[in-house]
Design a protein. Structure first.
Length: 358
């Protein structure tokens, strides 16, 4: 749907104002420690989504202005911080809260348990949170939190994953990648890797969230349109986890030995797949692996020849999240989604990009 020119202008201006360089990187599951240079390793920049999006102001939302430095702000992380994406995400948000001078900043971790995350956020509300930044585990099931937050007019910003709710009523905005486009871009890399022909396996992410749905649909739609000679012959969830990705790939090798390409919907599953392929005696590059995230270990996998390409999903949300919140509190209109620009890694840029991967 196309918005009136005045709304398009306001939205474009708001998104342009929200574009910001982001700092932060973190250790991986392999205990890789961040270096001083990681602080400014890779920018996270907002881009204008296709078409225009509605804007929300604090008056339209019904919220109350407060000083970020003296107010209470809560952050809810969804998953165990063993995944490099979550480590970098949490580190970025904590670092920006400190840089901004938020004295009453509270954090929780749902430990990959949705009921715990819901309880965590309810506890943050009970502790007086005046604004919430949430990295949701699932997209559905947030009604208990929404009811409590709406009653107190607490603004909610979600990062990385969306919640299925109404913007400027239940929450303010979503900040994250275009996951459907990530799936399409992964498909384009797979088409290039296989020359448009072959059999492909998909390691699906965890069910119940928009990331898995969109990355899957984008990938399949692009193959259907651009490469009908590529068949998807195997797909199973690896739950966004390295160990599960390894187990599923081991099963795939036995049941579908003629697979020539593998699409992993995050890097952890891709790295698990690499372990499985090594264990089966496969040579590097025998099965073309394309994944999404941009972790340092996956980019190293490209350098080593085990992974063909990686579509980035930048987790360094801290500066963009707090600048968005501050603009909202200042009365500026905020679009219902702030889409960030993500790059890609392949054999042409992987080695020189290692230092900026997370």
């Amino acid at each position: 749907m196309t918005a009136p020119p005045s709304r398009r202008t306001r939205t474009a201006a708001a998104l342009a104002a929200l574009a910001v360089a982001v700092a932060g990187c973190a250790k991986s599951e392999d205990k890789q420690q961040p270096s001083a240079q990681d602080t400014h390793a890779q920018q996270q920049v907002a881009q204008t989504p296709a078409g225009s999006t509605p804007s929300c102001t604090i008056d339209a939302f019904g919220g109350k202005k407060f000083d970020l430095k003296t107010g209470v702000v809560g952050f809810s992380q969804s998953e165990k911080e063993a995944n490099p994406f979550r480590i970098a995400e949490t580190q970025s948000i904590k670092a920006e809260a400190k840089r901004t001078g938020v004295a009453n900043f509270k954090t929780t971790n749902g430990q990959s348990q949705f009921n715990k995350q819901i309880s965590d956020v309810q506890q943050l509300i009970a502790q007086g949170a005046q604004a919430l930044v949430i990295a949701p585990l699932n997209s559905d099931g947030w009604e208990p939190v929404i009811q409590q937050a709406s009653a107190r007019h607490i603004p909610i910003i979600t990062v990385d994953r969306k919640i299925n709710a109404t913007s400027c009523k239940d929450y303010v905005t979503f900040i994250g990648s275009d996951f459907y486009q990530q799936g399409k871009r992964a498909a384009d890399q797979m088409i290039k890797a296989l020359g448009g022909k072959g059999k492909v396996a998909i390691l699906l992410g965890a069910s119940g969230n928009n990331v898995t749905t969109d990355r899957t649909n984008g990938f399949k739609d692009e193959l259907r349109q651009r490469a009908p000679g590529i068949q998807i012959t195997f797909e199973q969830t690896g739950e966004f986890a390295r160990e599960k990705g390894q187990q599923v790939t081991e099963q795939m090798i036995q049941s579908n030995p003629d697979v020539t390409g593998l699409y992993a919907e995050n890097d952890e599953m891709a790295l698990g797949a690499v372990t499985a392929l090594k264990g089966a005696g496969k040579k590097a590059g025998a099965i073309k692996i394309v994944s999404v995230d941009g972790t340092r270990n996956a980019v190293q996998g490209i350098v080593d020849g085990w992974i063909y390409a990686v579509v980035e999903s930048n987790p360094r949300f801290g500066p963009l999240a707090f600048q968005t919140l501050q603009k909202f509190l200042d009365g500026s209109p905020i679009p219902d989604k702030v889409i960030i620009s993500d790059r890609e890694y392949d054999s042409g840029n992987a080695r020189q990009s290692l230092s900026s991967a997370y």
